[in-house]
Design a protein around this ligand. Structure first.
Ligand SMILES: [Zn+2]
Length: 67
C-alpha cells in the first residue's frame, strides 16, 4: 500500500496520499490534477536501508560486528 507525497503545481500545497490502483490525484486545496509526485515513503526507506548498510549480509547498518 504505497504512500506518495505530492506537491501542487498551482498553489504549492504539499500533501500525502495513499494510492489504490488508478486513483487520480487532486490537490485538496484547489482540486487541480496538476500535481507532482515527489517520492514514495515506502520506497525511500528501502533505498535508505540499502545505501546505509555496508554489506548485504548484516542488517545492523554497520559492519563492525561481522568482519
Ligand atoms: Zn493546489
Amino acid at each position: 500500500m504505497p504512500i506518495y507525497e505530492y506537491k501542487c503545481e498551482r498553489c504549492n500545497e504539499e500533501f500525502e496520499k495513499l494510492i489504490y490502483g488508478d486513483t487520480s490525484v487532486k490537490c485538496p486545496k484547489c482540486f487541480t490534477e496538476e500535481v507532482t509526485k515527489k517520492f514514495s515513503l515506502f520506497g525511500m526507506s528501502g533505498v535508505e536501508k540499502q545505501t546505509s548498510s555496508g554489506c548485504a549480509s548484516c542488517s545492523s547498518g554497520s559492519c563492525s560486528s561481522c568482519k
